[in-house]
Design a protein around this ligand. Sequence first.
Ligand code: ZN
Length: 334
Amino acid sequence: MRFGYRDACLRHETGTRHPESSDRLRAIRRRLSRLHEVEYEAGELATREAMERVHNSAYLDEVESFCADGGGTWDADGVGVEATWEAARASAGLSVWAANAALDGAQGGDTPFASGRPPGHHAEPDEAMGFCFLGNAGVAAADALARDDVDRVAVFDWDVHHGNGTQKMFYERGDVHYSSIHERGLFPGTGHVDEPGRGAGQGTTLNIPYQGGCGDREYLAAIDDVLRPGLERHDPDLLIVSAGFDAHEHDPISRMRVSTEGYGAMARRLDDLCDDLDAAIAFVLEGGYGLDALADSVAMVHETMHGRDPLEPDGEANDRARERLDEVRAEHGL
Ligand code: ZN
């Protein structure tokens, strides 16, 4: 794969006890250094124009001056330093690079993966939240839509948390389909089945809140039984995967049970789906706080895009998950 990476993303310092640390990127880089066919691209810092497609101008000014003043504590779990502004713009810029590279034909072993931080999917149009300052996937989705060859984009978010920020950016827009599998009851508490979008965006937000304890079978069933028909209807030109790895069975902050192999199987499903839809695919890093689990899972996605056959789990999704998928299908008429 081609990984988007910039040293600037390391300089967003969060302190020694913060789960969203620069060690996450170091662990990924170290793991990838053992593999073949890993290429890196630095992208560009996100431009003001690109950021303003999804964020309010006054909010951007506020974050920029917060960082220029040395940063500090933004909210209960968000911290920043002077270098955070550049890191956030680098992280968003890597997502923009990934989306454009995919749209320009990068696929298979060249599939782009933006490995930046801070993550993005909790950042709302006018508020930083949940370790996120700029909505990286959202910035990239809106930027892609500015191209003449793009009419519709989809974002699929497999991070264990709901991407409230991405959802909010596009909730009333028909040209961006946002879907998410997340653990019910975790931060930030949004992402219910009956949040389907509004106005022109009616039907283009698709939430699959699962009980803790779900794993590969339940995640793959969600992709096969709900996401696939949903995206066949939306017919996107580009799928951006908001790829957090905190639903991993060895992640310290969730109760989900996705295995390293499971992330490979999901990547394969999504790549096949994009082939069928004639859509480009790009990955954007979100969360993931178990360093080995994170690094191994990113490596698994890389190997899968290079043709490794992921192991398929045996058996069916559990009953509660199947009931939840029935609810989602009913809500969306799928
Ligand atoms: Zn997360």
